[in-house]
Structures are given as C-alpha cells and as structure tokens.
Design a protein around this ligand. Sequence first.
Ligand code: PHB
Length: 402
Amino acid sequence: MQKNQKNPYDRREFLKGTTAVAGATAIGTLLPTGMALAQQGKLKIGLMLPYTGTFAQLGVAITNGFKLAIEERGGKLGGREIEYFTVDDESNPAKAPENANKLVQRDKVDVVVGTVHSGVAMGMAKVIRESGTLWINPNAGADEVTGALCAPNIFRTSFSNWQTTHALGKVLKAKGHKNAVFITWKYAAGEQMMAGFKEGFEKEGGKLTKELYVPFPQVDFQALLTEIASIKPDAVVAFFAGGGAAKFLKDYQAAGLKGKIPLYGSGFLTDGVLDAVGDAGEGVETTLHYADGLDTKKDKAFRLAYAKTFKLQPDVYAVQGYDAGQLLAAGLDAVKGNVGDKAAMIKAMESAKIDSPRGPWTLSKSHNPVQDMYLRKVVGKENKNMGVAWKALADPARGCKA
Ligand code: PHB
C-alpha cells in the first residue's frame, strides 16, 4: 500500500529544543538563494520499508530515526521542505522491483531510503542501478549491495552481513570454544552472516560443524533445537531478528539449552526484543555496531530525543535510520538542496564524517560504513557494551569495481 504522507510528527516538541537551528534556517530562507530553493519545490523522499510482518517493528524504528534527524534540522534539508512517499514492502522480495518502481517511476522521488530485508534490497538494486536514483540503505545487509552491485548512487548506513558476524570468530576463540553450530533463516542475510562467521572462526582455528536453516519467515525451531541438543556443540551462533528473534530466544530457553550450550549471534538476535523475552536473553553475547551504555555525548542526546519524541527506547535500527538522515543532510547541505548536482552531492556524502550515536564512522570506497564492532552481553534489559571486539571493521567489498 502506498500513502503520500504529510509529516506525522508534532514539531512543537522539537522546536522547543531546536529554536536556534530552526531560526537559522528561517533567516536563510529570506535570502535570494532561499527564493531559488523555494522554486525547486519540496524534496521527495521515498521510504521503502516493512511496516507489516516479522520486520514491521524494524521498519518503524528506521522511519522514526530518519525523521528525527530531519526534524533536528528544522524539518528541512539543504533548505528544502520534505515530502514523504511511503511503501510497505512487506519484506517480500518477489514484490521488490514493483514496489521500488512505485517510488522511482510513479512518484519520481529524489532519493529512496530502504530497506530491511536483504532479498528485497537485491530486488531494489536492479531498479536503482537502471534509474540512477540516489539510494540510502538503512539496514539490509546483502553483501552484494556494496560488493558486486556497488555503484556511485548506492549508499548504506548500516552494515554488510559479513561485518556483523566476522568478529565473533575471535570472541569464541577467546572463550575457548573449538566448534560451533550456526542456526538461521534460509535467505541471503542468514547465509551471508553464517559465511562471515565461518571465515572469522576458521581463521582462529575453530570449526563450524553444522549449518541449520529454517525458511524465512518461519519460526518453528523445535526440530532444529532437538538436533542441537544431540550434537552438543561448544557454542551455538544465531541470526534472527524482530519477532523471529524473540521467539527463538524463548524457544532456546524452553528447550533447556540455555545455560547448557552458550548462545551467541549477530546483535540483531537481542536488539529491540529484550522487553518481549523475559529472562530468555540473559547472558547472550553478540557482536554489533551499536550497544547500550556507550556513554557518549552524542548517544545520550540521541536516546533522550528519541525517547521523548516516540515514547520508545531506540535500538540499532533507529540509529541506522537516524544516520541515513544525517548522511542525506551532508549531501544536500553541500549542494544547497540542488539534487540535480548529483556529482557534488555524491562527493560530499562519500567524504562525510558521520557523528553517530554508535560512534563516528566514515564510508568505505564501496559506500559501506567502516565502523567499530562492539561485543555486547545481555544484562537485564540491556545489550551491555563489553568493549570493542573489532576496531574499524571494513567490509571486504568483494566484486566492487567502482
Ligand atoms: C537482512 O535481511 O539483511 C537483515 C534483516 C534484519 C536484520 C538484519 C539484516 O536485523
């Protein structure tokens, strides 16, 4: 379903805290360049995200984070007001080209922001590469997006799937685990996170003894948990996210495996789900580019603003959406809202230093964040920061010729 949305957020709350920024923007619009900008009309932003299904909560968090970044800039980018176009992609890869074309061909958006699911991102990539539309991907980790399919107009503010599990090899080695089983959904994200882990673990002399898969988005884990109990590996590593992650954590505990075989994962396993799982997540260790308790000025300010605005605690998805807004702002500021000056805009985005709640990051040549990977441990309702597991981890960008 596609809706042409007006900004749904109450701006009064924002304006209380951002009078100086909003004031500066208002003065800017009185100048002659402001008149020229007004003639450019509103900047059209297409949001292609899941708003239904197992990743619905992730799509909402990304949308919230993105709009927060825009509202902190007085609701404008490069001096231009924003018009949002929204498509619910349902995390359905089969509909991805058609959905992307709704934004690109029909609505003629200036920039597409999306999505969550790697398979959907692969379907978007073809449309985006053919049209040359600017694309900021605020989650989907498909390695190809900043690998073999990399392009000047394609940016990612999240991670590659490879990045999220690669550091786990070192972590498991340090714990003395010699073998492990990987369990995930059978689709690109699960397979690539498994491969990233395998590569990192084998480099450390570990052995991945079994790969276990359930079809996406199914959450019937019982048979595989029974298999894990009989294999008795040193450790289990998992990728699930959203509603699927919550169900997996509860089932792992109910199967009697919690406390017997240590559970690890990419941090999506425990991000944004701890309120829903009781103590089933307690002690689970994961790697990710965000954590609770980072204790930086930027993170504190972001968390406060997010909680105040949305009456929700932010998670990694909210951070990635927020940074998508920040990256777009860097590009549009450089060209004063003139998206027609694509080369200058891309150049500014490529060299942006993003002051993120996760910590500062820059983009690699293939337009993927080079970022610290934290080791996190679930303590109560927090993914507690246990330190940096891998400093400035860059995706290898295999196959990227740009
Ligand atoms: C993906 O499909 O790329 C994906 C989905 C959800 C996550 C992480 C990656 O939490």
